[in-house]
Write a protein that binds this ligand. Structure first.
Ligand code: CP
Length: 305
């Protein structure tokens, strides 16, 4: 059995297939019984230098259901960073106030750096356009729950594949499960070469498209993403691509009955409201799964599961 005690989670590739499956197994236990006071003596530091709804609040909800105390901030302007304190010193302090740190930051690599400074384990809750490994774990959990397996699936990813950190993490993880990848994006927002290299090194295949309708009939999962406005340096470039893909219910005619639509959320325009009522929509349940998966991660890393 995998032992994750004190193991940081910075990139999804820090964990191996056995460790993913162990987290999913524990998450399933928490889904059946989410209120267990097993972290009563623990303090979780939840520090968000970038906006978040789901990640921050599902971590805090997960910690509360396990009996942990939560400290932290969601507005860095209210901290001594606004007086010039460095990330190094902030992390040094927090690691003496808590048992585990959950951090989101806008700078790629900030989580890896913080983990090196911290004396307690650190979980990356998203670092710039780089990685979002806990979202990836809940995506894996959602795929497993809806498809009954993680193996041999056609995984379609749509939208901002350049800046969308969730798709970068998910490709890396699904390379362990013999996936075939289908990437649908505007030319300006294609999947980065570094991620495509990862697929090639795993001896798997990917295909690239600009037309979403082409892939709907054979996809097992359609993973929609928001165009990441905050990562564009030129607002005009964002305006050009912002509504590139809008999935609506009529487009789902001819899809597999078992196909499920995922989205890390928040959505802007990329999934029409009429999709919400279809049996293919799974994105709100996916977000709820985040609580169980984050319970599993904290419990395993703190050595109580
Ligand atoms: N999926 C996700 O990371 O959502 P938030 O930005 O609201 O945390």
């Amino acid at each position: 059995m995998a032992n994750l005690k004190n193991k940081n989670l910075i990139s999804i590739s820090d964990y191996n297939k056995e460790e993913y499956l162990e987290i999913l197994r524990i998450a399933e236990e928490f889904e059946k019984n989410p209120k267990q006071e097993i972290l009563k003596d623990k303090v979780v530091a939840s520090i968000f230098f970038e906006p978040s709804t789901r990640t921050r609040l599902s971590f805090e909800s997960a910690a509360s259901m396990l009996g942990a105390k939560v400290i932290g901030f969601s507005n860095p302007a209210s901290t001594s960073q606004s007086k010039g304190e460095s990330l190094h010193d902030t992390i040094k302090m927090l690691s003496s106030y808590s048992d585990i740190i959950v951090m989101r930051h806008s700078i790629e690599g900030a989580a890896r750096y913080a983990a090196e400074v911290s004396s307690v384990p650190l979980i990356n809750a998203g670092d710039g356009a780089n990685q979002h490994p806990t979202q990836c774990m809940l995506d894996l959990y959602s795929i497993l729950k809806t498809q009954g397996t993680l193996e041999n699936l056609n995984i379609t990813m749509v939208g901002d594949l350049k800046y969308g950190r969730t798709v970068h993490s998910l490709v890396q993880a699904m390379c362990n499960f013999n996936a075939t990848f289908h990437f649908v994006s505007p030319n300006e927002l294609k999947m980065p070469s570094s991620v495509k290299m990862y697929i090639k090194e795993a001896n798997l295949n990917y295909h690239q498209y600009t037309d979403l309708n082409e892939v709907i009939p054979f996809s097992d999962i359609i993973y929609m993403t928001r165009i990441q406005r905050e990562r564009f340096s030129d607002p005009l470039e964002y305006e050009k691509v912002k509504d590139s893909y809008i999935l609506d219910a009529a487009m789902l005619k001819g899809c597999k009955n078992t196909m499920r639509i995922l989205h890390p959320l928040p959505r802007v325009n990329e999934i029409a409201a009429d999709v919400d009522k279809t049996t293919n929509a799974y994105y709100f349940q996916q977000a709820r799964n985040g609580v169980y998966v984050r319970q599993a991660l904290m419990a395993a890393i703190l050595g109580v599961k």
